[in-house]
Design a protein around this ligand. Structure first.
Ligand SMILES: [Mg+2]
Length: 369
């Protein structure tokens, strides 16, 4: 077992190079949260490891007809939907009914018979025995929205973040986070393309821990605080399919630190995983003039990166507010940085918001006119 044994006094040693440390919880937390047994969060990690490995295998034999477009034009596959069904069904078996924010729903592949058929094929192959009722439940139970500060616990699930990368054999990431009264307190993300294939899990106050998807020892994730040497380039994450303007913006941002800039291509929460793993120095996502980024694309990594020692915040250094429902409507950007670069990057992105008329300040001015 990887968890502290039930019935024995937990012994927390956060310096130990094993996963056990983060699985130990304070009595105060446990007493105040009867609806989730925190010892069982170990099972959520095991589930995400298992599900990620299933998706890795499913990707190798993904038929073209299992790749479709949602009504909003974004790409989705039968694997995304099957993963959500599997994960939410298993979470309910372990934790009972917990309010959930999830990306997929009945419309994701609904009305696309070939994709629906492949989804059922995968679920059968994975040993899912829930039947159509459970499938419908799993695809209709992730619609929680609105402020979650009054919600004791809520899951946030993106069964496959970075579906295009999943299709392209590029970066992708199954992402699970747990909110407690609107704050991320636990996360477990599969990173099949990072460090040879890893699961990264963390609990607030107890660090983030890598464990190989193939099984094996756990190691604590530690983000470097060592300042860049003068000749060292800053490594900034850029989308795999970056437009010329996205590429130029990231190069300019990197150079604003006074260093040369090298781009590291990644998408989804894997981009934050690159910073946590020491493969990049800066990853960010700007809101622009949009309604706010979807919470499931960021929530888990916000906790995991911070617990590993990264700088995580908005353009003004504020916390990322994950308590507003399905969107991060209170933030202009999610910035994740290593090597002490966070404040400098935040200042530069704030200046860009002002120059481009985007960001919180601009929206306030627009509302006021
Ligand atoms: Mg997704």
């Amino acid at each position: 077992m990887k968890v502290c044994q039930v019935g024995t006094a937990p012994v927390c040693d956060t310096t130990a190079p094993r996963l056990d440390g983060w699985r130990c919880y304070s009595a105060e937390m446990s007493a105040a949260s009867p609806s989730i047994d925190h010892d069982d969060l170990d099972l959520a990690c095991d589930l995400m490891q298992h599900a990620t490995n299933l998706a890795v295998a499913a990707r190798r034999t993904l038929p073209d007809e299992a790749i479709v477009r949602k009504q909003d034009g974004s790409v989705v596959t039968a694997v995304d939907v099957a993963m959500q069904v599997l994960i939410l069904t298993r979470l309910r078996e372990v934790f009972g009914e917990v309010p959930t924010i999830a990306e997929e729903d009945l419309q994701s592949i609904g009305g696309k018979p070939a994709a629906e058929s492949h989804c059922r094929h995968l679920l059968r192959e994975w040993g899912f025995e829930g039947g159509e009722d459970r499938i419908r439940w799993a695809l209709s139970s992730g619609g929680l929205d609105g402020v979650t500060r009054g919600v004791e616990y809520a899951w946030v699930l993106d069964p496959i973040d970075g579906t295009q990368g999943f299709i392209d054999d590029d970066h992708w990431c199954p992402c699970l986070a747990l909110l407690r009264r609107g704050e991320v307190i636990f996360a477990s993300n599969g990173y099949p393309t990072v460090l040879g294939g890893m699961l990264l899990s963390g609990l607030k106050g107890n660090g983030s821990w890598w464990s190989p998807l193939a099984g094996g020892e756990c190691t604590r994730a530690v983000v470097s605080q060592k300042p860049l040497a003068a000749e060292e380039p800053v490594r900034v994450v850029a989308p795999a399919r970056a437009t010329p303007s996205q590429t130029e913006a990231r190069l300019a941002l990197g150079r604003s630190t006074g260093h040369d800039c090298a781009l590291v291509h990644s998408d989804s929460q894997a981009k934050y995983g690159h910073v946590i793993a020491g493969l990049a120095d800066v990853a960010y996502s700007r809101r622009g003039n949009g309604p706010g980024k979807y919470i499931w694309d960021h929530a888990g990594a916000v906790l995991l990166a911070r617990e590993a020692g990264a700088w995580v915040g908005d353009t003004d250094g504020r916390e990322i507010d994950c308590s507003l429902g399905r969107r991060l409507g209170g933030n202009d950007a999610v910035i994740c940085a290593a090597r002490g670069l966070g404040p400098m990057i935040a200042t530069e992105l704030a200046a860009r918001d002002r120059a481009e008329g985007t960001g919180r300040t601009s929206r306030v001015e627009v509302r006021g006119t």
